[in-house]
Ligand binder design. Structure first.
Ligand code: PMP
Length: 351
């Protein structure tokens, strides 16, 4: 495995790491790692931008830092006084919990039952209040129910502020920097960027940087089967159950600029599990569900990617948060028993 760019993260053995003023300053500068075992470079070269190396463990540290620091600068948030209220599937919640602790802000995080006990425990350890809401009775989806609870809290909690990750430009803006880091490691940028879409902050921020810099990089958005981000689901997607958090959405995020995605690939939960397990088996990388989605999309792209191209896959988080699901044979067996072909416990894939 080759570390292409480290941003100070991979000193030679025995060397001293860069000195940072505080933990928030360590957000970003994540490593870009070649995936030569999973994708033999004779056909096309794939690098993974490993966002689990952020201090909160995911790509959402970047968005949280950008949104909170902008709100403090503009006077919308007052340390020691304000309460941040946000809806999150987990990673942004953890990122905000750390940032709010750092900036002495109160934080109420609205989550749904898909958020793991470990994630809620981490948020609470940082001092956050965690509220769990159930599916919206009308749509059967979690997101509308979470947003409704946020609106209620904004009316009832004094000095409450909602970053609103689905509409906040500073969520997207954080990722101009993500893409700049990729281009510093790969001068001229990769030919393709594969990125999972949830709020579409990563997609938009990276794509805006690409356009503004005049790069030729094409952006492949990876969405979940059944998600509505890039349009209503096709008839065959109806009824597909999405249980893996991170990518996909039940409402179109206001941040979305669909013209910024050159191609959209939709993947199932089973694709995510397979992608995660192959990444682990071949590259020894324990990654989260949406990383498995991106890997599955890349594997599917083998048919249309031009030989010799360079691709970057953004891996939003690590797999430690999915040990009871994606990496649990018992969970996999019960979740996919009706799928065809099923994933057998312990299966690592064939790549
Ligand atoms: N993957 C994971 C694990 C996430 O937590 C998120 C954020 N919900 C995404 C992908 C999607 O990123 P974005 O919100 O920037 O579209």
């Amino acid at each position: 495995m080759t570390v292409v760019a480290s941003g100070g993260r991979t000193p030679a053995l025995g060397a001293t790491r860069t000195r940072e003023p505080d933990i928030v300053a360590t957000i970003g500068s994540t490593p870009l790692v070649a995936l030569d075992r999973l994708f033999p470079p004779a056909r096309f070269q794939v690098y993974a931008k490993c966002e689990r190396f952020n201090p909160g463990g995911s790509i959402k540290d970047r968005a949280a830092k950008s949104m909170i620091e902008h709100a403090i600068r503009s006077g919308k948030l007052v340390p020691g006084v304000s309460t941040v209220v946000e809806s999150s599937s987990g990673n942004l919640g953890i990122a905000l919990a750390q940032l709010c602790n750092f900036y002495r802000l109160k934080f109420i995080c609205v989550v749904d039952p898909r958020t793991t006990r470990q994630n809620t425990a981490i948020m609470r350890a940082y001092g956050a209040t965690v509220e769990v809401v159930d599916r919206d009775p009308a749509t059967g989806e979690y997101l509308p129910a979470r947003l409704e609870r946020v609106r209620t809290l904004l009316r009832t909690v004094p000095d409450a502020y909602w970053p609103n990750q689905y509409a906040n430009e500073y969520n997207a803006r954080a990722h101009h920097h993500t893409m700049r880091e990729i281009c510093e490691a790969l001068p001229g940028g990769p030919d393709y960027l594969f990125v999972a879409a949830g709020t579409t902050g990563t997609l938009r921020g990276c794509a805006e940087y690409i356009r503004e810099s005049g790069l030729a990089t094409r952006v492949v958005a990876v969405d979940a089967v059944g998600s509505v981000i890039f349009g209503p689901p096709e008839p065959w997607e109806q009824g597909h159950r999405r249980t893996i958090p991170g990518h996909g959405a039940a409402v179109v995020p206001p941040l979305l600029r669909p013209d910024l995605a050159d191609r959209v690939v939709k993947v199932t939960d089973l694709d995510c599990v397979r992608g995660c397990r192959r990444l682990l088996a071949k590259e020894s990388i324990l990654a989260g569900g949406s990383s498995g989605a991106v890997i599955a999309a890349l594997e599917g792209a083998a048919d249309w990617l031009e030989p010799g191209t360079t691709c970057v896959a953004v891996l939003p988080d690590g797999g430690d948060r999915y040990l009871d699901t994606i990496y649990s044979d018992a969970w996999v067996e019960s979740r996919f028993q009706d799928e065809n072909p099923p994933l057998h416990p312990g299966e690592e894939g064939h790549a």
